[in-house]
Design a protein around this ligand. Structure first.
Ligand code: AOF
Ligand code: ZN
Length: 344
């Protein structure tokens, strides 16, 4: 088969993989297409966390299994080699004696990395890797970041005035961005596993940190309250959503709210390490300025999404300073959204 045909079927596999977005985290999105004599004879994707992998669904969808011996299997991620929640896909492919396997990206999960490919090759199956690899790495950037950087994918978000402030000196900042921008922020909240604010933001903005203006799931809420000085009448303590209160005083869980004690000063590094240990794959940081500055100073971020509104404060709490150039810009009514990236 030609390289163009390989690309065509791999693009279909990537398209199938995308159908799992929002349902498979912290697993990667994976799609699979099986081709025999120029015809697609089976397709599948990883649909739900803990459920069958893409290859299993694709092979199950093939009516005449005897065709598999002469077929090419396209899969967007290296077939797994380990017993996780499901048995190894590489074994299943070997069992059905597929003729050829085309892979987009190697799986950087240490339990799998290159071992899946090795299993296939040892069984005499022809393996090609790297077909449209970058697209798959982009599609699964949260998964690859967690596996390779040993931390969640981190998005910083803030709204600033035209003259570069995130709040007035008395912390009143509610009206910097307009309602359309705020609705967009709720969409982002549905797309990430967790969301963080610092003590001052929790106290003065009293955010709910849910996604009430967009259809989708609410993220795990995180707040830093070292000395447990925040009033429990704040929305963050309403018990409506999974919430972690990072503090230096006590460990306890009441309903959906967990007080997690740390014996060190709680900053970006400590929070990120804790999230990694909890297998939480992504984080959106919504302020305030000190918390955002700490993530930037420690180079613990992948994207910054910055709204600039029309207001000018003249005086106030300065926004973090970005030294890189935004890679994309959009307008939301009058607000300008600039996106900065800290990775390729
Ligand atoms: C594949 N095909 O469709 C996916 C793979 O706990 P498990 O059994 O679901 O395994 C999860 C790991 O398997 C995950 O971390 C990643 O390395 C790989 N995902 N592999 O062959 C798939 N989703
Ligand atoms: Zn698998």
């Amino acid at each position: 088969m030609t390289e163009d045909q390989h690309k065509k079927y791999m693009l279909r596999a990537i398209e199938l993989a995308e159908l799992g977005r929002g349902s498979v985290s912290p697993n990667p999105m994976v799609g699979c297409v099986i081709v025999h004599d120029g015809l697609i004879i089976g397709e599948g994707y990883h649909e739900e966390y803990g459920q069958a992998h893409a290859e299993v669904n694709a092979i199950a969808s093939v009516k005449d299994k005897s065709l598999l011996k002469e077929a090419t299997l396209y899969v967007s991620l290296e077939p797994c080699a380990h017993f996780g929640k499901t048995p190894p896909c590489a074994d299943l492919i070997v069992k059905h004696q597929l003729k050829e396997v085309i892979i987009a990206a190697v799986d950087s999960n240490p339990l799998v990395e290159k071992k899946g490919i090795q299993k296939l090759e040892q069984a005499g199956i022809a393996v090609t890797t790297g077909v449209i690899e970058q697209e798959v790495r982009k599609q699964n950037v949260r998964f690859f970041t967690q596996m390779e950087k040993k931390r969640p994918y981190i998005i910083l978000k803030w709204a600033q005035t035209k003259d570069g402030f995130v709040a007035r000196t008395n912390f009143d900042s509610k009206w910097i961005s307009n309602s359309l921008s705020r609705q967009q922020v709720h969409r982002w909240r549905t797309e990430e596993d967790s969301i963080l604010v610092g003590t001052n933001t929790a106290r003065y903005d009293n955010p709910r940190l849910n996604a009430r203006d967009w259809y989708g799931k609410d993220p795990l809420r995180l707040v830093v309250d070292r000395e447990l000085k925040l009033e429990e009448s704040l929305h963050l303590f309403d018990g409506q959503q999974d919430t972690i209160i990072y503090n230096n005083k006590l460990n306890k869980t009441v309903g959906k709210t967990e007080w997690a004690k740390m014996d060190v000063r709680i900053d970006a590094k400590e929070i990120v390490a804790d999230l990694y240990a909890r297998n939480i794959q992504s984080l959106i940081v919504e302020g305030g300025a000190a918390v955002l500055g700490d993530f930037i100073a420690n180079d613990l971020w992948d994207e910054a999404r910055v709204f600039t509104g029309n207001a000018e404060f003249g005086l106030g709490i300065p926004a973090p300073v970005m030294t890189t150039i935004p890679t994309a810009q959009y307008t939301f009514k009058e607000d300008l959204l600039a996106i900065y990236r800290n990775h390729d």
